[in-house]
Design a protein around this ligand. Structure first.
Ligand SMILES: [Zn+2]
Length: 362
């Protein structure tokens, strides 16, 4: 299993670094047989191109694996914090036989695959949840890196595009503000995924820790006001608010976002309580609060509305083709609702600037 993983990694590398440029060049020569000049990405020297594409390949791998490691940590947080156990001390153990996991067994993604999802000692299954969450957080971190960071923040409303874009310019010669925005947004999505996982557990995530995370993320706005991308008074700027008025304060934006998000989450959780018992309600409010404080009340309202519609569609589609969703366990239904919310939030984030234009926010 691990060998095949290494082989596919190597094959992907060869395809990206050698095969794709070769195919591109062949197509170009076929399309313009008389042209001697190649497009810039094919014109560079062979060795330079290998170097650049190797960097790009490693960069992609690094962001994915960085996210997977964060996901691995968040998994521990999601399971230990509600139980009142420490996350700082004590390595991971098998829940059945208490065998301590070795360094290799504990490596994100590879560890699970290496063990083939079974404990080394007692051979009882390790939940695929660990693998899935590591992959999910890895994918989110990678996606935000490629779509937001490398493109110079092209998806962000009210953001003057970084003068330089591209991997080398943003990361190797750091554009710190953009990297900060990336860090805040990536962390927010990580925590959303963590809360969705914690839904499956028996105890709720303690409010205190969450408030700490929420205010930590949001207070980045107070330290660095440029993080407040859509001011709270949009789309009502015609009432005399401008970025010069004393009310145009990122702290106000954060407070209002949290209030609106928390209130909407709290109200809608009553409706869910009827469907799911208390399973969604307890973390749902906090998820809405978090999105409100970090992205602003406008994004929270948009994401909430769309995700409810999407969830309704999934429900009815599932009802048409399979036994009705009510046959699912409550925890599974809650997970589907959470997945809808997080996926909609990610799509909204990817096209934030277009959506903001559409809604008159930018
Ligand atoms: Zn075991």
């Amino acid at each position: 299993m691990l060998v095949s993983l290494c082989v596919s990694f190597f094959v992907a590398y060869v395809i990206y670094v050698f095969a794709i440029p070769f195919i591109e060049a062949s197509f170009f020569n076929l399309a313009y047989p008389k042209k001697k000049i190649l497009p810039p990405q094919l014109e560079m020297k062979w060795a330079n191109r290998v170097l650049l594409r190797t960097c790009e390949f490693l960069f992609v791998g690094w962001f994915f694996y960085f996210g997977a490691s964060i996901g691995s940590f968040l998994n521990v947080v999601a399971w230990r914090v509600p139980e009142g156990r420490t996350i700082v001390f004590g390595g991971s153990k098998c829940p059945f036989c208490d065998t301590r996991l070795s360094f290799i067994d504990n490596t994100p993604i590879f560890g699970w695959i290496y063990l083939q999802g079974k404990c080394r000692t007692c051979r009882l299954p390790i939940a695929p949840r660990y693998l899935l969450i590591e992959i999910a957080v890895g994918v989110v971190f990678l996606w935000l890196a490629l779509w937001q960071l490398v493109r110079g923040g092209a998806n962000l409303p009210h953001w003057s595009l970084a003068k330089r874009t591209g991997l080398v310019n943003i990361v190797l010669d750091p554009e710190w503000l953009l990297i900060g925005i990336y860090a805040v947004h990536a962390t927010m999505f990580g925590v959303l995924i963590m809360l969705a996982t914690a839904n499956v557990g028996k105890k709720p995530f303690p409010l205190f820790y969450l408030a700490l995370i929420g205010f930590g993320l949001a207070s980045a706005k107070i330290v660095q006001p440029s993080l407040d991308l859509v001011a709270w008074y949009q789309p009502f700027s015609k009432f005399g608010f401008s970025n010069r008025s004393p009310f145009a304060n990122p702290a106000l934006s954060m407070l209002l976002g949290g209030l609106v998000g928390g209130a909407l989450g709290w109200i809608s959780s009553f409706a869910f309580a009827r469907h799911f018992g208390a399973i969604v309600g307890r973390h749902w409010t906090l998820q809405c609060f978090l999105v409100g404080t970090v992205l602003g009340w406008q994004s929270e309202v948009t994401i909430l509305m769309i995700s409810l519609v999407v969830y309704g569609m999934v429900r009815s589609a599932y009802g048409i083709y399979r036994p009705p969703l009510s046959h699912w366990s409550l925890a599974n239904q809650a997970l589907v609702l959470n997945a809808c919310f997080i996926i909609v939030a990610l799509v909204h984030h990817s096209f934030w600037i277009q959506i903001a234009h559409l809604l008159g926010l930018a």
